[in-house]
Write a protein that binds this ligand. Structure first.
Ligand code: TNX
Length: 509
């Protein structure tokens, strides 16, 4: 790596304006940095959202700088956050940094928040620590103008195979926000655990949530806890997309209520890792009472637009039944005011108008299956790209990775970054791709340290594919910007995989 002022590891070194991940739309560096000092104010306009983002920034900066950093509506020297009309779109922003201060301007609160994430990366990494550091605190000088490529930049956490507590999910949300990810897809139900309280079917959570892969105690979110996650995500401008996986992946529900089973007999709880063995009974009316109740209660808890109904690996449901089931269930989601999302197998049924399909195939997925996805896209079904051989965060990096699975191959850092969402499924009509999402399945992922090790450093690359303009993708440059992030992960206490593909600093960081 070339020597430059931001060589990772030099205390107080000045990060570069062009080292931000995801790469901004345009960057114009200037000579003069701003410097945060004891007298810096965070100056906000009088909208409550701006103030909230100002307070959020202050909470990040105060512990490491030791400064007071009052959030005020007037004051000269400082960091200014303001909403104003301009060509920013729903999530874009402009950041100007120079001797007189730093100003972040956006049309919408989400844009201000993303601008604040960029500002964090323009400060020395030590700013992320939670104890007082020596400083100084220069902010690289210049102008950044930025807005995202896609409206859907997601990460998924499977809280069914292994349960994660509210605090653990919050920590993950904070990590996603760093890279401007705006969707948190929660895989709330599967064979091994039902993780959300449903008042009309209480045993789903109390019985169906009582274990996990390996036989641990599992757990579930009360409605209040789930709402707390939703609120916390919203405060970081992430929309929660809850998933109830139907009609397969339902052993936890079937174990909780005998009447949902074809033979009226509840199976035992399941703590293994096989897939495809369970199915709701498509021919029984009670199945639809169940689905209606669950979707109604979940929709009421979810301010976001989307509700994911799974639909993958329904190997114990006949094709005919699958189509029938999806024909009945998609309108239920619409009835409760949400847009349905399904794994791309949904395109094998009749996707309702406006639904989104999440593509999780591989390069080696059959031409027939790809053609079915293309056909749905031609009919207007939007796609979220989550190709398993690129962005499945549960795939091992190499054969030596101690965690994760490898059914989709090994996914090293370059592989997860260096692909084109528009070209991955050949023949898609323009505009079909709505974004990208990196799922983290947790059959072999047991705790937050594991989550971080699998997500870092791949997740920032997926975030960049979702945010940065198509022409930005350049592995040789990206890997240098990525390397400069490591010091931040260390300061934040994030576990990460030291991929040999990336030129981390000479001190091994
Ligand atoms: C496939 S991807 C699944 C999940 C597994 C995952 C493991 C998808 C929609 N279904 O049930 O957890 O592989 O990588």
């Amino acid at each position: 790596m070339k020597q430059h002022p931001s060589t990772p590891g030099l205390p107080g070194s000045l990060p570069r304006l062009d080292h931000v991940v995801p790469a901004p739309a345009s960057v114009a560096p200037s000579e003069t940095p701003y410097q945060i000092t004891r007298s810096t104010h965070i100056v906000v306009d009088d909208s409550p959202e701006t103030r909230r983002t100002g307070e959020y920034l202050a909470r990040i900066l105060r512990p490491s700088t030791g400064y007071r950093l009052p959030v005020t509506t007037h004051g000269a020297d400082g960091i200014r956050l303001r909403l104003a009309e301009g060509p920013f779109g729903a999530e874009g922003y402009r950041l100007d940094s120079g001797q007189g201060g730093v100003t972040v301007t956006a049309a919408e609160p989400a844009g201000l928040f993303h601008g604040v994430q960029t500002l964090r990366q323009l400060l020395p990494a030590a700013v992320e620590k939670d104890t007082v550091q020596p400083g100084p605190w220069p902010v690289a000088g210049g102008t950044v103008e930025d807005s995202p490529r896609y409206g859907w930049r997601g990460a998924m956490l499977d809280v069914s195979r292994h349960f994660f507590t509210v605090d653990q999910v919050k920590r993950f949300i904070d990590q996603l926000a760093l890279y401007k990810i705006n969707k948190l897809h929660l895989h709330l139900t599967d064979d091994q655990g039902w993780r959300i309280a449903i008042d009309s079917w209480p045993r789903l959570a109390t019985h169906g949530g009582s274990t996990e892969v390996g036989g641990g105690p599992g757990g579930y979110y009360t409605k209040a806890q789930y709402e707390e996650i939703v609120r916390y995500a919203a405060s970081r401008y992430l929309e929660v997309v809850p998933e109830i996986d139907l009609p397969g992946h339902t052993n936890a529900a079937l174990a909780s209520y005998a009447e949902l089973n074809r033979d009226g007999v509840a199976p035992p709880l399941y703590t293994g890792t096989e897939v495809g063995f369970s199915s709701l009974c498509v021919g029984k009316e009670i199945t639809y009472d169940f689905v209606d109740d669950v979707i109604r209660e979940l929709a009421a808890l979810t301010p976001g637009r989307y509700l994911h109904i799974g639909g993958d690996e329904a190997d114990s449901t006949s094709h005919e039944d699958y189509v029938k089931f999806m024909d009945r269930v998609q309108p239920v989601v619409a009835k409760y005011g949400k847009t349905a999302v399904g794994w791309h197998q949904l395109t094998g049924a009749t996707p309702a108008k406006g639904v989104l399909a999440q593509y999780w195939g591989l390069d080696s997925t059959s031409a027939e299956e790809k053609a079915q996805v293309v056909k749905a896209a031609q009919g207007g079904t939007g796609l979220i790209l989550s190709p398993a051989d690129r962005v499945y965060l549960d795939m091992k990096y190499t054969k030596d990775t101690p965690l994760g699975l490898s059914w989709a191959g090994y996914v090293e850092v370059r592989r997860s970054y260096d692909w084109d969402p528009e070209a991955y499924v050949p023949g898609l009509p323009a505009g079909a791709v709505r974004g990208v999402e990196a799922p983290l399945w947790t059959e072999a992922i047991e705790n937050p340290g594991h989550v971080e090790y699998m997500a870092f450093p791949r997740l920032p690359g997926v975030a960049e594919l979702g945010w940065s303009a198509a022409g930005t993708r350049d592995w040789e440059r990206y890997k240098v910007r990525l390397a400069a992030q490591a010091e931040r992960w260390n300061a934040l206490g994030i576990e990460w995989y030291r991929s040999p593909e990336v030129p981390w600093g000479s001190d091994g960081r």
